[in-house]
Design a protein around this ligand. Structure first.
Ligand code: MN
Length: 401
């Protein structure tokens, strides 16, 4: 049986740290409900001590969402931890997640603290959290730029205090996949009972690769954000990790228990409330993820979608009818025929050949074909007086064409 991967879904926390995003409490609740209904294990809902509106939003979720664990993060200070617990304590399932930067750069420049001081803050943070709940996870911020021996020292300290998950964080998206794999191996060799969560950022476009590598090396959980939101270049994208695992589960010997058919609705909800649309070519949820432009590709997909698609749109909640054949400069007759059929035209092979020439003419003059252009080309191709109509319509440049 494949191992089921757990998710620390952080669309509502790291995702909200995306510059430009600011959810109102009711919006956070709506997203939390969508994430919980998909089956994500833990929802990282925010940073309770950062302000009253954030605290209230987390508490609103804690009081209303019962089918996922509700989490607040906290710096490793007593007040932060108390506040985080206060925000989530009404939830049916709750957890708190203190963190501290462990790397020399962060210790010196950001915190102004020694190794010993950081170690003590980490230890006491987990100890304080454990007075409230057994569900205390701990994150070593900037783990991947931290001295190897210090990583182990901090993990040993928090494990002694009864930490649940230890989050190894590639906070700045610096790690290469094999390095992250080695890190997980080293930690697990030293502490066979450790439960690891992988927090990976996408500064070099490696977040999902790093997260998957961590899982392959024995991490149990991944931190992810819908639509790849998050600080700077974002976190490992939820939809990418989910579908990578689901699509390649036989090879990975891993699987997910989330409802993948809700990926598109949830992605669109997050896009709408965040005001940030995924790029067109974004994996899984981009507008072009199931669109085909080249004639060779289109012909293949129209014969059998498996020629150029490794997932079915239905599996992520996209109607198969949303699969798009883009009629463009590089597209072929098969796609044009399919598009015209959708518009209600049944053309003979001769008429199709004629429409195809017309379409290419139009695309010599404008970038994008609209529905009216397609209709005009089809009508002109069908019409017995088409030559005149074509000239009159201005579709084709005179003689030279
Ligand atoms: Mn982060």
């Amino acid at each position: 049986m494949p191992r089921i991967v757990k998710f620390f879904e952080t669309t509502l926390r790291d995702g909200e740290q995306t510059p430009g995003i600011n959810y109102f409490a009711e919006e956070k609740l709506e997203i939390a409900r969508a994430l919980a209904d998909m089956g994500f294990d833990t929802l990282d809902c925010g940073f309770a001590i950062s302000g009253e509106p954030e605290f209230e939003a987390i508490r609103l979720i804690a009081r209303n969402v019962h089918n996922a664990e509700i989490c607040s993060i906290a710096r490793s200070f007593p007040d932060d931890i108390d506040r985080a617990w206060e925000a989530v304590k009404d939830a049916e399932h709750s957890s708190i997640h203190p963190f501290i930067s462990t790397s020399p750069l962060h210790r010196e420049v950001k915190l102004g603290k020694t190794r010993a001081e950081v170690l003590e803050l980490a230890r006491t943070a987990v100890a304080r959290g454990r007075q409230y709940t057994p569900n205390v996870d701990f994150a070593l911020e900037d783990t991947t730029r931290t001295e190897h021996d210090f990583i182990l020292e901090v993990i040993e300290a928090v494990m002694k205090e009864g930490v649940r998950y230890v989050a190894l964080c590639d906070t700045v998206g610096f790690a290469l996949p094999w390095e992250f794999g080695e890190l997980v191996d080293d930690v697990r060799r030293e502490f066979p009972d450790v439960r690891i969560s992988a927090h990976c950022h996408d500064d070099l476009g490696l977040a999902v690769a790093n997260a998957l590598t961590a899982l392959m090396h024995g991490a149990e959980r991944v931190d992810t954000c819908f639509n790849g939101l998050g600080e700077r270049a974002g976190n490992a994208a939820t939809e990418e990790v989910v579908m990578a695992i689901r699509t390649r589960r036989q090879n990975l010997d891993l699987d997910v228990k989330v409802d993948t058919t809700k990926i598109i609705p949830t992605s669109r909800l997050v896009a709408r409330l965040s005001g940030m649309q995924p790029q067109w070519t974004k994996a899984i949820v981009g507008a072009n993820a199931f669109a085909h432009g080249g004639g060779v590709h289109q012909d293949g997909v129209l014969k059998d979608t498996r020629t150029y698609e490794i997932m079915r749109p239905e599996d992520i909640g996209l109607p198969a009818s949303d699969r798009r054949m883009f009629v463009g400069k590089l597209s072929g007759r098969a796609a044009l025929n399919a598009q015209l059929k959708e518009l209600g035209y049944e053309l003979t092979p001769d008429q199709l050949a004629r429409a195809f020439v017309l379409v290419k003419h139009v695309l010599g003059k404008k970038r994008v074909l609209e529905e009216m252009d397609l209709r005009q080309c089809a009508e002109a191709a069908i019409s017995p007086v088409s030559d005149e109509m074509i000239k009159a319509s201005g579709l084709v440049v005179e003689e030279a064409d």
